[in-house]
Design a binder for this molecule. Structure first.
Ligand code: HEM
Length: 151
C-alpha cells in the first residue's frame, strides 16, 4: 500500500484517530472535557512530591517510629485502619497495602476532598475507578506502613 492510498483511506473513511473507545482516549470515568484537576498549593506539584520522597527518611513518611519493623512484617487490621481517617492522621489501603497518606494529601492532583474519600478504609476500588494507570506503589513507596489483614 503506498502513502497516497493510506492518506486517501484515512480521509475518505472519515475516521477518528484514536478511535472513540480507544484506551488512549479514556483518561477517567468523567464525561469528555470534564477533568477534575485542582489548583495545588505552591510547592505541592508532582515534582515537589518526588523531591520530598527522595529527601525524607522512610520512617517520617510512614509516620512511625524508627524502630518499627519493615512493612512486610507489619500487619494492620481493618479496625486499626479505620482509626486513621483524619487529614492529620490518614491511612488508606490500596491493593492490600496500607499507606500513610497524611503527607501526600495536599499533593494529590485530584484534590483533598477526593483523596479523603479513601481515608481510613480500603481505597482500591475508588483509586482504580479514577486512575487505574497511576502507580501507587511507586508514588507512595516510602509511605508504606504494612499489610492489611483480617480482624
Ligand atoms: C492514595 C491514593 C491516591 C493517589 C496516590 C492518587 C494519585 C493521583 C495522581 C498521581 C493523579 C494525577 C493523574 C494524572 O494526571 O494522570 C490523580 C488525579 C486524580 N485523582 Fe487521585 N489518587 C489517589 C486517590 C484518589 C481517590 C480516592 C480519588 C477519588 C475518590 C481520586 C480522584 C482523582 C481525580 C478525580 C483526579 C483527577 C483526574 C484527572 O485529571 O483526570 N484519587 N490522583
Amino acid at each position: 500500500m503506498n502513502n497516497n492510498r493510506l492518506l486517501n483511506n484515512r480521509s475518505s473513511s472519515n475516521s477518528l484517530f484514536p478511535p472513540p473507545n480507544s484506551a488512549q482516549r479514556v483518561s477517567n470515568n468523567l464525561p469528555a472535557g470534564q477533568r477534575q484537576k485542582v489548583t495545588l498549593k505552591p510547592g505541592h506539584s508532582p515534582l515537589d512530591w518526588a523531591h520530598l520522597n527522595s529527601n525524607t527518611p522512610f520512617h517520617i513518611l510512614r509516620g512511625v517510629s524508627q524502630q518499627t519493623p519493615p512493612p512486610q512484617y507489619v500487619r494492620i487490621t481493618k479496625d486499626e485502619l479505620q482509626t486513621h481517617k483524619t487529614k492529620e492522621d490518614c491511612w488508606t489501603c490500596i491493593n492490600g497495602k496500607v499507606f500513610n497518606i497524611t503527607p501526600y494529601i495536599d499533593f494529590h492532583p485530584g484534590g483533598v476532598n477526593e483523596i479523603m474519600k479513601c481515608a481510613g478504609r480500603d481505597g482500591t476500588a475508588l483509586f482504580n475507578k479514577y486512575h487505574s494507570w497511576v502507580n501507587a506503589d511507586r508514588m507512595l513507596e516510602k509511605c508504606l506502613i504494612g499489610m492489611l489483614v483480617n480482624n
